[in-house]
Design a protein around this ligand. Structure first.
Ligand code: PLP
Ligand code: LYS
Length: 378
């Protein structure tokens, strides 16, 4: 499934010079990273350790791009020493970079003024903290001249969980207008954000339409202004459908108050392992894999073991008659699941199992109490 998603996306864009930089914030499972590296993928990284991990795993350095936000001078120094290109996110960062590393290469993240995403929090274009705004470009050019910097690429990333092509085309057109103002650009980076259907019956992203439109715009641009490489930075699209979170039902509460009945299916996991439902109200399909039939008989909230009322994996969900001890599979948990998990309530994270055909291996072992204790100054 992983390779299918990767290949399908790559093949949909016919433009002759395409580079895919997998966005490893979606899922940093080491076996996934190894597979994608073997396929020739590059890496979109957003923190010094993501960059270091990419280098340690053997990703080509010139295929790793660091797109940080509120980046400190210490972090920039670390990345420069590692040999990773920095995609500059603000005028402040550009100025500080120029003083520290005059005469070197950069890329620039532009905020095209429009943002899209599956939730307000998943929009990164528009009035957000991300990127250099269109009305800051003149100032950016001045710093580029002053510090003799070379802009190798320009970049946008307008948001995450986008299911239509149009937002990409609007943003790309804005970016390409600006591209004319920079000489000898090596790449145009369209960012990531391609969505996947989470709900039954939800429409898929029309990859054919996306690929065709993006390719034709880029071909046209290259003909008029000289050749540029196209980069994209998908995360969710590649890994979202590949992951399943397995949880066990430990306790069922069937109660009523003021005439309203409520069934709580309590599991041994929660927002500490998959925060998307609590944070964005996101929907994940949940299947009782212990039951032979999926016939819906009850409506229940599927809740975790964390001390927060907002700790749920699903609300008012039609389910079969789940029993204590059953295992539930929370589907499409491959993107922003483990990578957004935490030790809240001092609960260890689960293991990660990498399944390849009929073989399975532990990619990351389950955390222990000793792991949690190891950072305490006891
Ligand atoms: C700069 C950048 N590129 C790529 C991505 C990947 O996004 P997605 O997983 O939605 O494809 C993100 C995350 O939103 C990002 O911040
Ligand atoms: N973490 C998000 C989206 C934001 C991605 C990072 N900018 C999700 O689960 O959908």
């Amino acid at each position: 499934m992983l390779l299918n998603n990767y290949e399908r996306l790559k093949k949909s864009i016919k433009y002759r010079d395409l580079e895919v930089l997998y966005s490893c914030k979606a899922n940093n499972n080491i076996d996934i990273l190894k597979v994608l590296k073997e396929e020739g993928s590059g890496l979109d990284v957003v923190s010094p350790f993501e960059a270091l991990l990419g280098v340690k795993l053997g990703f080509q350095k010139d295929k790793i791009l660091f797109t940080g936000n509120n980046v400190s001078n210490e972090e920039m120094k670390f990345l420069k020493e590692l040999g990773i290109l920095i995609n500059i996110d603000s005028i402040s960062q550009l100025k500080r970079y120029g003083i520290m590393f005059p005469g070197t290469d950069i890329s620039i993240r532009i905020n095209p003024g429009i943002g899209y995403g599956h939730h307000e929090y998943a929009k990164t274009g528009g009035l957000t903290k991300f990127g250099i705004y269109l009305n800051e470009i003149e100032a950016a050019k001045e710093y580029v001249m002053k510090y003799n910097l070379r802009i190798r690429g320009i970049h946008i990333h307008i948001g995450s969980g986008i299911l239509q092509t149009d937002p990409y085309i609007s943003a790309l057109n804005i970016l390409l207008k600006i591209a004319n103002e920079f000489k000898d650009l090596e790449f145009i980076d369209l960012g990531g954000g391609l969505g996947i259907p989470y709900r039954p019956g939800e429409e898929k992203f029309d990859l054919g339409d996306f690929g065709e439109k993006v390719s034709s715009i880029l071909e046209d641009f290259s003909r008029k202004h000289g050749h540029v490489k196209l980069r994209i930075e998908p995360g969710r699209y590649i890994v979202g459908s590949c992951g399943v979170l397995l949880v066990r039902v430990v306790s069922i509460k069937d109660v009523s108050l003021n005439g309203k009945r409520k069934i709580f299916i309590g599991v041994d996991s929660g927002m500490n392992h998959l925060i998307r439902p609590s944070l964005y109200g996101s929907y994940h399909e949940i299947i009782d894999v212990t039951k032979a039939s999926d016939e819906k008989e009850i409506v229940a909230d599927i809740v975790g073991n964390i001390c927060e009322t907002g700790d749920f994996l699903a609300l008012d969900r039609p389910m079969p008659k789940v029993e204590e001890g059953d295992v539930l599979a929370v589907m499409d948990a491959g993107a922003y699941g483990y990578s957004m998990s935490s030790n809240y309530n001092l609960r260890p994270r689960p293991a990660e199992i990498f399944v390849d055909g009929s073989t399975a291996k532990v990619s990351r072992r389950r955390e222990t109490f000793e792991d949690l204790l190891s950072t305490f100054a006891v």
